[in-house]
Design a protein around this ligand. Structure first.
Ligand SMILES: CC(C)(COP(=O)(O)OP(=O)(O)OC[C@H]1O[C@@H](n2cnc3c(N)ncnc32)[C@H](O)[C@@H]1OP(=O)(O)O)[C@@H](O)C(=O)NCCC(=O)NCCS
Length: 120
């Protein structure tokens, strides 16, 4: 399917802290690769990355599962510290994408926009 799609997700930062307290690196390794773990140090950033991946999964219409795992999505930051993402698999035929993350009042929220093109 071609066209523009948006996905959003919100998560309680305390919920992420709770998982981190219980499972430590196992929790992080489940959804963040090593590069992401280097740039996501603060708990609100980690929560934002979680929300971002869920938002991407919603924009793609797959959700997180067999078709798309957390680690298939990599979040990076540009020179202005703005987040963006890359997807390992080319099968989704993404031609444009945008990601925004915010956190306040105990919650992290993310919005992802994806434009898909026609398969060549
Ligand atoms: C980017 C900016 C809008 C963030 O707004 P905020 O209300 O402070 O914080 P929010 O919780 O809404 O957003 C924070 C997230 O925005 C994202 N972000 C950071 N820089 C960004 C940028 N240049 N463009 C887009 N998104 C950005 C990050 O994901 C950040 O979360 P993280 O650091 O945990 O990864 C704000 O800090 C800003 O205007 N910065 C540019 C100017 C600047 O650096 N000023 C510093 C003091 S004058």
């Amino acid at each position: 399917m071609t066209g523009i799609k948006v996905g959003t997700d919100i998560i309680s930062i305390a919920r992420v802290q709770n998982s981190l307290d219980r499972f430590n690196n196992k929790f992080l390794d489940r959804f963040l690769n090593k590069n992401e773990q280097i740039i996501a140090k603060k708990i609100e950033t980690i929560a934002g990355f979680w929300a971002a991946k869920e938002a991407v999964a919603k924009a793609l219409g797959t959700g997180i599962g067999k078709e798309l795992g957390f680690l298939d999505i990599e979040i990076k930051k540009d020179n202005n510290k703005a987040p963006y993402f890359e997807i390992k698999s080319k099968k989704f035929n993404i031609i444009e994408s945008s990601l925004s993350i915010s956190h306040d009042g105990g919650f992290a929220i993310a919005v992802a926009i994806i434009v898909k093109g026609n398969k060549l």
